[in-house]
Structure formats: structure tokens, C-alpha cells
Design a binder for this molecule. Sequence first.
Ligand code: ACO
Length: 330
Amino acid sequence: MTYFSKLIGTGSAFPEKIMTNAEFEAFVETSDEWIRTRTGIQTRRIANLQKGESTSTIAIAASRKALEMAGISADKLDLIVVGTVTADSVMPTTGNLVQAALGATRAFSFDLQAACSGFLYGLSIADQFIRTGAVETALVIGAETLSTLVNWQDRGTCVLFGDAAGAAIITRTTDPKHSILGTRLYSDGTKGDILKIPHGGSKIPHYLPEYQHKNHTIHMQGQEVFKLAVRSMIDSSLALLSEHDLTPSDVDFFLFHQANVRILEMCMKSLGVPREKTWINLDKYGNTSAATLPVCLDEAMRQGAIETGNKVLLTTFGGGVTWASGLIQI
Ligand code: ACO
């Protein structure tokens, strides 16, 4: 028997606090006008740690919505994968926190770090487990509280990021027409310096004298990331489509990683994607890293922009650097 993975549920969740561009003017030299015109971002959500919001709490909320849409209970889950670079703790993993909160007693769970590509990496891994027959149903989450890793004095990065979680449930099917048609994952560690968080890992832990507070925050060479993100998302999309003898005109809907509206426009122009065939929520949430794609997928599904039978192409680029594309027929 040949197995494939079918998407049966999606969900998303956010911290309560909405932070506007104008709020940054109080502590860095910037303006609403600069942020809107250079990035397309207007607001973002920020987790309130004092109120108990964290990566796991929004991941759990998004997962509950996905389970509800899928119409299954948590004990049907065999696997939980969480793409995140902002896990609540090193141990237990955020996957385990989600597993415990949902009561997904049969599922094994883990976190994976691929920055903004975390969701597509997780989806691809879960798809491989389902295709081999090892797993029947998987919950894949992209969840981040990047507000905890931002240098709030660096205007070049602090205005860009936000907190969110998105979740998707995939399950075994024998129908190849309504399934994950394929994924392609890429990494290039030689370019890791253009988007990195140097301190806070095991090489320079927080208790060493070399440790600096600002070096455990996001360091980005904005223009280098911009150029590479555009090229990588276009190239990996075309490579995946060509593997399936398809061109961009065969795709019904496109979901691009939401980092900068100018990146989106360049990808759309190069691939010939009209505005009505894509989802843009960067204005509301900023760049939410691994959460971006599952949140876009959830919003587009719930608002009817994506319909049964549609071919949906997802593509992303992330720190470290990683990038990925995925093609799903709903
Ligand atoms: N407000 C006002 N001025 C600013 C701000 C700000 N928030 N940020 C930077 N500037 C200034 C710079 O200091 C610079 O000033 P200078 O000329 O006096 O030195 C000027 O604006 C131009 O800076 P650039 O970096 O050249 O501006 P650019 O047009 O490249 O925009 C940006 C910067 C928005 C960061 C852009 O490069 C970008 O979006 N890059 C990609 C970012 C990205 O995609 N990151 C994440 C992808 S991977 C992931 O999601 C983890």
C-alpha cells in the first residue's frame, strides 16, 4: 500500500498584546512611516511573560483549534513536531509541553530548529513518517516568541518580528490527489553569519565572562538576507514545481514567508503571482518566523481563499540559513 499525507486541520493563536509601530518611537529612532514603507508591517503581537504567555501556550491554543477543525481528539495523534527557535525551555521540549497539555498520550514529540523554515521542515519530516507507514496522524506546529530574542535597542531588527503560533494536522491517505505532493528542504551553514544569534548556546553559555546580553539577540545583515531570501524562495519554488512537471501558472494559491512586503512583491513578480492568489498578513503580525506559514495557511483556509482541490505552494527562508518549499493539494 502506498501512503500519502492529507491536511485535515489548521489553527493559529497569538498573544493578546498588539504593539503598533508608533510605540517603537518611544525608545528607538524610527517612525511608523519608515516601518510601513520599508517593511509593510503595521502591528505585531508580543507575548506577556508576566501573564504566563509563552511559545507553548500559543502553540497549545493553535493546536486545539486544529484538532477541532480536523474533528479528532488528541489521543489520535502519533507524532507532534514543533518548529521553534524560542522553546519555553531546553527540557522539556515545547513538543512535550504541548503533548502533555493536549493529553496526546500516544504521541511522541520533539522540537526542531530551522528558524523560519521550521514549519516546512516539520511538515516534511511528518510527511515522511506517514509515507513509510510508521505514523498515521501528526500535528505539526510552528511557534515563536521572537520578542524574547530581539535587541530592543536595534532599530534595524526590533521592529520586524512578532509572536505567533500556527498548527496543522496531517493524516494518512491512499489518495495521492489530496495530499502533500512534495517538499524540498535546504540549508547553507556557510552563510550562517548573515542571520544569527551567537551567544546563549553551549559554546558561550550565559555564565561565561565572554557572554554578552546583546549577543544573545538576533543579529542580521538585512540587505544580504533580503537578496538571498528572494533568490532562495524563487529557486526552491521553481525546483519543486518542475519536479512535479508544473509551472507557477498551475498553482492555485501561494503562501510566502512574511518577512518584508518588498520581498513578497519581488517573489510574486518573478513567479507571475497575482495579488489574489496569495495571502499577506505581514501588516498585522510582522515576521513570526516558523509560525508565519501555518498562520497564513490557517487564515487562508478559514476565510475560504483556499478551497478543496487547490494546489498550494508554500515557501520560506530562515536564519542560519535554511530555506524550503512545499506543495500541497487540499
Ligand atoms: N527606522 C528607521 N531607520 C532605520 C530602521 C528603522 N526601524 N532600520 C534601519 N534604519 C536605517 C538604517 O540605520 C540605515 O540608516 P543609514 O543609511 O543612516 O545607515 C537606513 O535605514 C537604511 O538601512 P538598510 O538596512 O539599507 O535598509 P533596508 O532598505 O535594507 O531595510 C530591512 C532594512 C527592512 C531590515 C531590510 O533589509 C529587510 O527587510 N531585510 C530582510 C529581513 C528579513 O527578511 N529578515 C528575516 C528573514 S529570515 C527570518 O525570517 C528569520
